[in-house]
Design a protein around this ligand. Sequence first.
Ligand code: HEM
Length: 149
Amino acid sequence: MSLYGILKSAHSGWRYIVFILLVVAVIQALAGWFGKKTYTEGNRKLNVFTLVSAHIQLLFGLVLYFLSPLTKLPSSEAIGRYWKMEHISIMILAIILITVGNAKSKKVTDAVAKHKNIAIFFGLALVFIIVAIYMMTKADSSKTFFGVS
Ligand code: HEM
């Protein structure tokens, strides 16, 4: 298998790690925010794991961007625009939101404020990722929402 093949499978499957961690982190943060809970070491660890998983996905994606035939398709077609511009920009924005949210939650000392930062920033990132994957299924007929390749 080529480096492209390996990275493509890794990036394709890793999305589930990012997605599951992000969903659990958001649920936990919402519960902490509205339930006025303490910010535990477990909470902090889950948020850091989510951040690290997103950064690993970014690394896979950055290399793939140069190896994939999809990013070489013309921008005049929706599929070319999606892989050249839309996927990378929306996903990087989502990863920035996760990075900023985690940093902000570290800066504040109040437990509820920590939960609130995570809930808002990670929650927004989750929405961005879902929108980008939905757009992928519209622009590229070879991809499906849950399909791993
Ligand atoms: C949290 C962030 C990200 C998620 C959840 C994500 C998710 C996905 C998914 C679901 C696919 C389709 C995989 C398949 O065909 O089975 C894909 C493909 C791809 N992603 Fe990402 N991605 C993310 C970030 C990025 C970033 C930041 C870049 C670029 C810097 C990137 C570049 C690519 C490329 C080039 C492909 C096409 C691979 C190919 O089929 O040739 N991704 N991504």
